[in-house]
Design a protein around this ligand. Structure first.
Ligand code: DP6
Length: 324
């Protein structure tokens, strides 16, 4: 009667980054952020939820795992919205990523989005994607942006109800855009984003209050006008700003390969801006370009990085519009 529900959620890469919280209990961010949803067939979490009479269980990438506080927050919020008869049931969660967990590949984004979406289905909670994004935020801030395809904004908001994500543009708005991911390092990161973004509060506040709002405004203009040059400049400036703040707190997510790739992109852009890098809390670059430049860019990267084949690069086609 209760059945099993299987869902998939994509990850997302922030162009304007979420870094720092104004409320740690419900993950209200210091600033709004903007992301691109990554092609769901490339990086996703698949989660199966089963309500049964046994015990609460989490199986993560085929291993039993602890139901952490962030997962409980999502479960409890959805429990408060379901019918009383469901509350007696135990929950079995089985979740798998098709990409390296916790290597700065936003596994918490797709993971908590899939968990939220799957549980909402199992509990038959019929609410909007925007409201679901707010519930996923309770688990992990970046997960709020994985409910929509294309380009997504998570508005900081000053309450649970207002801190939600929405789609700014479908992919069809700018279908020449392409995203490339280079996996330089698959190690688990030494310090989580959750902990690193507690450091250096003063610098975080300056970034969030002074530099980010201007970038958000300019990025929105560039997206509206499909102005790649400005999109690229803002994206790289924002990534550099994030890592400047992080490194000032003596944390380093970028490695020698990441630095080499930054230089390669600047070299590629020396005759005109045709690509942009961005890094989350990890060493793996996400590279934005346009369809007309993808072949040149891939050859440039293959030759410069002495890679043998395209298989060493994860190349994304058009991004999905509707992940669910
Ligand atoms: C660098 O969403 O992982 O990827 O809310 O504590 O779970 P928690 O943090 P998380 O932080 C992501 C930080 C980032 C930037 C971004 O995705 O916007």
């Amino acid at each position: 009667a209760f059945g099993k529900y299987t869902v998939k959620a994509p990850t997302n890469i922030a162009l304007i980054k979420y870094w720092g919280k104004s409320n740690e209990d419900i993950n209200l961010p210091l600033n709004s952020s903007i992301s691109l949803t990554v092609d769901i067939e490339q990086f996703f979490t698949q989660t199966t939820i089963e309500l049964n009479d046994e015990k609460n269980q989490l199986i993560l990438n085929n291993e039993p795992a602890e139901i952490t506080g962030r997962i409980s927050r999502v479960i409890n919020m959805l429990k408060s919205l379901t019918k009383p008869e469901n509350l007696e049931k135990k929950i079995k969660i089985e979740s798998c990523n098709n990409f390296p967990t916790a290597a700065g590949m936003a596994s918490s984004a797709s993971g908590l989005a899939a968990l939220t979406f799957g549980l909402a289905k199992a509990y038959k909670v019929n609410i909007s994607m925007e409201e679901l994004s707010g519930i996923a935020r309770l688990g992990s801030g970046s997960a709020s942006r994985s409910f929509f395809g294309g380009i997504v904004e998570w508005s900081a908001g000053d309450s649970h109800e207002k801190s939600i994500a929405r789609q700014l543009y479908e992919n069809s708005h700018w279908d020449e855009l392409r995203l490339l991911v280079i996996l330089t390092d698959l190690e688990k990161k030494k310090i989580s984003s959750t902990n690193a973004m507690k450091l250096n509060r003063k610098m975080l506040l300056e970034r969030a209050n002074e530099r980010v709002p201007i970038r958000i405004e300019n990025l929105k203009k560039a997206l509206e006008a499909k102005d790649f040059e400005n999109l690229a400049k803002i994206t790289m400036e924002e990534s550099d700003d994030l890592h400047y703040v992080i490194e000032a707190a003596n944390v380093k997510y970028l490695n020698a390969k990441s630095e080499e790739i930054k230089k390669l992109i600047h070299g590629f852009n020396s005759q005109g801006i045709r690509a942009a890098y961005t890094f989350d809390a990890g060493p793996n670059p996400f590279i934005l370009t346009r369809k007309q430049d993808i072949n040149d860019l891939v050859s440039h990267l293959l030759i410069s990085l002495k890679l043998r084949s395209h298989n060493d690069l994860k190349l994304h086609g058009q991004l999905p519009n509707d992940p669910f």
